[in-house]
Design a protein around this ligand. Structure first.
Ligand code: ADP
Ligand code: MG
Length: 160
């Protein structure tokens, strides 16, 4: 399935997560320039059904998007695009190839890889610091909201 937003084409791939109000997909993103497309970039797309939102959750979603637009930090997920149609809101962010931290904890709940967990926590704290500098408190810090990315994608399957 493909979705267009202006000159951007999104090709929907596999489902990579479930959020409270929607599903998250791995998506191939390409810019259309004239009759040509740029190379494919892997991104994540959260699709939220508008009908599932009430006034409060809708305001929270707007706030989350606003924060993502405002805060630029290597430790906070970057917002790439956000758009909507009649039924859905689409939030496009950079793709994290390591999934979220809950998966790592499930793989090894005794945390024998202390070094890895320490490295992750240092980055989480830097991310929270970047938020605090903009006057934002997160209020939902938990393993499923900590996304992991391994720049050398050969490492993406974490094994213990
Ligand atoms: N950019 C991403 N890269 C990889 N996985 C993601 C990404 N965004 C979300 N996910 C997966 O989808 C799950 C739900 O996304 P999340 O943004 O936390 O939704 P919600 O805000 O509704 O809780 C995450 O726990 C994670 O497993
Ligand atoms: Mg979450």
């Amino acid at each position: 399935m493909e979705i267009e937003n202006g000159n951007i084409n999104y090709k929907i791939g596999s489902e990579i997560g479930k959020g409270v109000f929607g599903r998250v997909f791995k998506v191939g993103m390409r810019l259309k320039i004239g009759d040509n497309f740029t190379n494919n970039r892997e991104v994540a797309m959260k699709v939220i059904k508008k009908a599932s939102l009430n006034d409060v959750t809708c305001a929270n979603l707007r706030q989350e998007v606003h924060v993502l637009k405002t805060v630029q930090s290597p430790n906070i997920i970057s917002l790439i695009d956000v758009f909507e149609d009649e039924d859905f809101v689409y939030i496009i962010t950079e793709f994290c190839n390591g999934g979220d931290l809950s998966r790592v904890l499930d793989l090894n709940n005794r945390l024998t890889k202390k070094k890895l967990i320490q490295r992750i926590l240092v980055q989480v704290i830097k991310g929270l610091k970047a938020l605090h500098e903009q006057g934002v408190i997160h209020r939902d810090v938990k393993a499923p909201n900590i996304l992991l990315h391994f720049p050398n994608s050969k490492q993406k399957d974490i094994r213990f």
